[in-house]
Design a protein around this ligand. Structure first.
Ligand SMILES: O=C(O)C(=O)Cc1ccccc1
Length: 433
């Protein structure tokens, strides 16, 4: 999967403002951080935030270390990468390519948009805290205007200044480097399940979950004006969107054509429009159709009308948990010895009548395999897992504190990702219901 923005380009581009209640999409942060990000291993967090405290939901054990020197060197790495990326861009220009990633054909796309909209080079001053932003909350999201993440930012913070970023890594770093105040991250979908890569990102960075929103997602099939369904031989979108519309595309619309995954839904729409592609349709929102001048060929094409995506809001500092409204707490833990650990951990919540809303396991990135020697049988190899659990209680609730104290006894690593108000907005299904 590739970004629709030139992946080697570096810049913040100015884009139009949108009317309320959608957030104000002002700038696109699309400095490329792939290589810079690789320099930040888990021991080199770029977070400048103070160490989290248990009371504020930053309870952690066995987590990564960080200090001012790490932060400064991370900034230096990022700044030097920015300069070299910029030079590469100048050398290579921006060719419009289809590449092969993990065996899939993907688009390496360069939008040919009006030159006022082309990314402007990021300078070192763009990486320092910007005191001129005024009182508006700046919320970084992955994608371009019209992406669902932008809508989620607008739902969480109606008056916010939404900052598009070409990658999640960039959205995280925008917050860590004080370019943005919050990042918005899709974490699970009612049809597609958990977005695993984003869970991995939560662990690699030191941001705190400070809120959640659940957004009904209503997909449209978009094409250039005058293009009919019969002309389409390719559908492009975010992989979640492609998966969420698979049945409708094939069974209802008869579109047994190539699918190609790109970084975000609205970026797919922008690409079709910017390149005048008459054989390609994008799956994206009605707002993306409006922003990029595309027609809606089919409306509400998600296979299940109750298609909800859950997003979390991330900040440098945890919020102070409260007990006067429903809160949720997200934790991640690992264990390296003992039996029935998962059972014991879950009982710590069950005995205190704390409901779990999610449990997810992910192979441990740094320690994927555990060897268990057995002289009679040989060497057994088990996957090592990280477990992600969400439970319905605030860290200000003594039951949650006691449960976590107990969990800590059975685990080798425990981190509270955040304790935050639950999204209690009434169920509002997709528009076509
Ligand atoms: O690509 C987008 O617009 C996103 O925000 C990610 C996404 C994709 C599909 C459903 C929900 C969110």
């Amino acid at each position: 999967m590739q970004s629709l923005a030139p992946s080697s380009s570096i810049g913040i581009k100015s884009i139009m403002r949108s009317p309320s209640p959608l957030p104000n999409p002002r700038r696109r942060v699309n400095f490329s951080v792939q290589s810079a990000a690789r320099s930040f291993d888990s021991n080199q967090s770029v977070s400048a935030a103070a160490p989290p405290s248990a009371a504020a939901g930053g309870f952690t054990s066995g987590g990564v270390g960080k200090n001012r020197a790490d932060w400064q060197s991370s900034c230096a790495i990022l700044a030097s990468k920015v300069v070299s990326q910029q030079q590469n861009t100048e050398k290579t220009g921006g060719a419009d390519n289809i590449t092969v990633v993990n065996g899939h054909r993907t688009l390496d796309l360069v939008p040919v948009v009006d030159s006022n909209n082309l990314p402007k080079p990021l300078t070192i001053t763009d990486l320092s805290p910007a005191p001129m932003h005024g009182a508006q909350l700046r919320v970084a999201y992955q994608g371009v205007p019209g992406a669902y993440s932008e809508a989620a930012a607008g739902k969480a913070y109606p008056e916010c200044d939404a900052i598009p970023c070409d990658q999640f890594e960039v959205a995280f770093q925008a917050v860590e480097l004080w370019i943005a105040d919050r990042a918005v991250l899709p974490v699970e979908n009612s049809l597609g399940g958990s977005i695993h890569r984003n869970y991995d990102l939560l662990l690699r960075h030191r941001l705190h979950i400070v809120g959640e929103v659940q957004l009904p997602v209503h997909h449209c099939l978009l094409a250039l004006p005058g293009v009919r369904k019969e002309y389409i031989n390719r559908v492009i979108s975010h992989p979640q969107a492609l998966a969420q519309c698979e049945l409708t595309l094939t069974k209802k619309l008869g579109l047994n054509v190539t699918r190609e995954a790109v970084d975000d839904t609205a970026g797919a729409a922008e690409f079709v429009a910017a390149n005048g592609l008459r054989d390609t349709a994008a799956i994206a929102s009605a707002r993306a159709a409006e922003l990029y001048g595309l027609n809606i060929l089919a409306d509400g094409i998600q296979d299940d009308s109750s298609n909800i995506t859950r997003f979390v809001m991330l900040a440098r500092e945890p919020i102070i948990p409260r007990t006067d409204r429903p809160f949720k707490t997200s934790i991640v833990f690992a264990h390296d010895k003992g039996t029935s650990v998962l059972f014991k951990v879950l009982s710590a919540f069950a005995f205190r009548n704390i409901s779990l809303t999610k449990i997810e396991s992910r192979p441990h990135r740094n320690r994927p395999i555990r060897l268990v020697d057995d002289a009679n049988v040989g060497t057994a190899k088990h996957f090592e897992y990280m477990f992600y659990v969400d439970f319905e209680a605030s860290m200000a609730d003594v039951r949650a504190q006691n449960a976590l104290a107990e969990v800590q006894e059975f685990t080798s690593f425990l981190r509270v990702l955040g304790s935050y108000p639950m999204d209690m907005t009434p169920w509002s299904p997709s528009r076509d219901d």
